[in-house]
Design a binder for this molecule. Structure first.
Ligand code: DNO
Length: 348
């Protein structure tokens, strides 16, 4: 297991030196942010991240994310142009030592929350999700002001994009994902880069858009579309874990055993109602997930990939990118490391 930490590049308020100071930290998880979605990442930008990491004694072996262009998800006739660009980016990343690429296949939106600064009783703040509040923001009829997601779309652009998805149901989206994977996975095999799809967050359809990476049945389907080990998963405990039907320890065991978990986002969530949840501190006692049991199942079943703490609360007066401050994620990393050491030693 290698513990890693997400870093948003030069504009991240957290210096690499601070990340290195977190005990046992092996490397950063990062991405190129100065190239539009669908274009090939420049060698220069990729090399910059690697050399910055290296200077601080950190590896750069995991990318999160290389975003998938909407035309690929929509299965538009020009998708091959974007897939070719994606493939070239994979090759370039492989050439500098990247081993895992995390990506998602969520139409239009990535992760969604209704509030980014929910005040907890102890004055820390968390990301939370209330389904009724999100649905009240139906983007087709009203103003869309979802916190945190890519606001580079104009209102008209967004409306048009949502319109383009009118005829895309789950079956269609699966076909488009299969087409994409069957083109990229042979390249990944050749250059030894593992793809790790991120589950949909939250794992249910929103605004009439299909979401397909949501539960065991769908994860099985994803892995069977292309049975290469290079077609794998990011096990995001918090994304899948807000659906109480998803037994995360069981999923961790099952997919680690199959050698298909390449990356883990280890975080906790407290389910507060139907399709409602609060993100919490990492330890099991604060949320609905048993992080100890999840890590134990990963270990027992031979997981040897990358883990990172995920969204943290804002604590100790820290200001910064919601979910991505230093302190609570560093506590999360220390907690994961502590559990892991205990699990490994109790097996010796
Ligand atoms: C949120 C992240 C996601 C994730 C992408 C992967 O904090 O977990 O944005 O990076 O879905 O493509």
């Amino acid at each position: 297991m290698k513990i890693t930490f997400r870093w948003y590049g030069e504009n991240d308020s957290i210096p690499l030196q601070y990340i290195k100071q977190i005990p046992s930290m092996s490397g950063i998880v990062s991405a190129v942010y100065d190239v539009p979605v669908g274009k090939v990442w420049s060698n220069e930008s990729i090399a910059k991240i690697r050399s910055a990491a290296k200077q601080h004694g950190l590896e750069f072996e995991v990318v999160e994310s290389v975003p998938v262009h909407e035309d690929i998800k929509l299965g538009n006739s020009n998708r091959d142009v974007f897939i070719d660009a994606y493939i070239e980016t994979i090759r370039r990343l492989a050439a500098i030592g990247v081993k895992v690429i995390c990506y998602n296949f969520m139409p239009v939106f990535d992760w969604l929350r209704s509030e980014l600064n929910y005040q907890n009783d102890d004055n820390s703040t968390s990301l939370i999700y209330r389904n009724d509040e999100v649905l009240a923001m139906d983007p087709k009829t009203g103003e869309l002001s979802l916190p945190g997601w890519d606001e580079s779309y104009t209102k008209d652009g967004l409306r048009e994009l949502l319109n383009n998805y009118k005829n895309i149901d789950e079956t269609e989206l699966w076909d488009n994902l299969a087409y994409f994977l069957n083109r990229i996975i042979p390249v990944c095999e050749k250059c030894d880069v593992k793809m790790a799809i991120h589950p949909d967050d939250p794992p249910w359809g929103i605004f009439g858009l299909p979401r397909i990476i949501t539960d065991e049945i769908h994860l099985d389907k994803l892995l069977s579309i292309n049975t290469s080990k290079y077609n794998g998963l990011t096990l995001c405990t918090g994304s899948l874990g807000v659906n109480p039907q998803n037994n995360i320890s069981m999923l961790a065991a099952k997919y680690a055993k199959q050698g298909r978990v390449h990356f883990v986002h280890a975080r906790n969530v407290l389910i507060t109602g139907n399709r409602c949840f609060n993100e919490t501190a990492h330890p099991s006692e604060y949320g609905s997930l048993d992080i100890y049991s999840i890590l134990k199942e990963l270990y027992i079943n031979g997981f040897d990939g990358y883990i990172r703490p995920d969204h943290g609360r804002m604590i100790w007066g820290e200001k910064g990118k919601p979910g991505y401050g230093l302190y609570d994620r560093a506590l999360g990393a220390a907690y994961i490391n502590g559990l892991w050491e205990a699990i490994v030693k109790s097996d010796e």
